[in-house]
Write a protein that binds this ligand. Structure first.
Ligand code: MLT
Length: 322
């Protein structure tokens, strides 16, 4: 019996390594946990294009929305561990959600990290018709018009929602949150004036700020964005210390063979090394991690550290899931 088991294990190893050698032999699917056209979708599409050459297969995008990205992440966690279904996500989907949703999967043990991806700060933005001209007057205006203000979010626990809650705490303001399936659709309503403000990733807001369709009051980082030097930092604008950086990552289902994870990580590194891909990310205010951090180990360690840092804070905030 023992001999039979050893032989079966050997056959399995040979089959797995043959599959890894041929990988990928068909298109790969990257599951985006928010609506098309939003910040995560844009990161995914730029990355997917950049990974294509080294994988030799297209990387197709599938948008699976709902519950601030946790439906999509659950879909990947339950997929076959063969490298053909990838989970792209960020700080809120792969850290924050674990503190506010009863997830039917474990963020650390049901997924295997592939690589840390880009990160971007948020912008405090508003419909251009709002009378406020700077962050201080925006806060004053919200205080005097609490019933007129609603902020768009990508659902309870999304980066835009957590950013909004922290904004309320820092500014002692109160306003309504309106959940969308992503800040892509929320942006349309901000432009049209259905909602008044958003704490939104720079990559989603910057193109609209440049086109003067919305206005930006501050960036949630210590330094101004090189690609948007006119937008003051939160420290300069009067909300010192209100820092949020939304970092992205790429994961696969647990038990995905290591050689497949290594091929995917190499494809990410190749994409980040390509000058045209780098420029597309940098233009959106996204920061590319140093090459030594573009690894499964760096993402695994960072995600764990972020869970340890944020879960106690998020749990203490008693965020309601609508
Ligand atoms: C999106 O792609 O819609 C965003 O990443 C949402 C968010 O977390 O704010």
């Amino acid at each position: 019996m023992k001999k039979l088991l050893v032989a079966a294990a050997a056959v399995l190893t040979i089959v797995t390594s043959a599959a890894a050698q041929d990988y990928p032999s068909r298109p790969v699917v990257m599951v985006v946990p928010f609506a098309a056209g939003g910040p995560t979708d844009v990161v995914a599409r730029i990355l997917a294009e950049g990974m294509r050459a080294s994988l030799g297969q297209p990387v197709l995008i599938e948008n699976v929305t709902g519950a601030a990205g946790s439906i999509a992440v659950g879909r990947v966690a339950r997929s076959a561990p063969d490298g053909y279904t990838l989970s792209i996500g960020h700080w809120s989907t792969h850290v924050v959600n674990g503190a506010i949703y009863k997830l039917p999967y474990d963020l650390l043990t049901d997924l295997a990290p592939v690589s840390l991806l880009v990160s971007n700060p948020q912008l405090i933005v508003a419909n251009p018709k709002l009378p406020a001209t700077d962050l201080k007057s925006l806060v004053e205006w919200i205080k005097s018009n609490p019933d007129k203000v609603s902020a768009g979010t990508a659902g309870a626990g999304s980066a835009s929602h957590i950013g909004g809650i922290y904004f309320q705490n820092f500014s002692h303001t109160s306003f309504l949150f309106v959940p969308y399936r992503g800040t892509g659709p929320a942006m349309q309503d901000l432009i049209s004036g259905q909602i008044q403000i958003m704490i939104d990733q720079s990559s989603n807001s910057l193109p609209q700020v440049r086109n003067k369709l919305i206005k930006a009051f501050a960036v949630t980082s210590k330094a101004r964005l090189a690609v948007a030097p006119d937008i003051p930092t939160v420290d300069e604008a009067g909300m010192p210390g209100f820092y949020i950086s939304v970092w992205h990552g790429l994961w696969v289902p647990k038990d995905t063979p290591k050689p497949i994870i290594a091929k995917l990580a190499a494809a990410v590194r190749a994409a980040f090394a390509d000058p045209a891909t780098r420029k597309r990310f940098l233009d959106l205010g996204q920061e590319i991690p140093p090459v030594e951090q573009q690894t499964p180990e760096a993402l695994g360690a960072y995600q764990k550290a972020e869970i340890e840092k944020w879960w106690p804070l998020i749990k203490a905030a008693h965020i309601k899931v609508e």
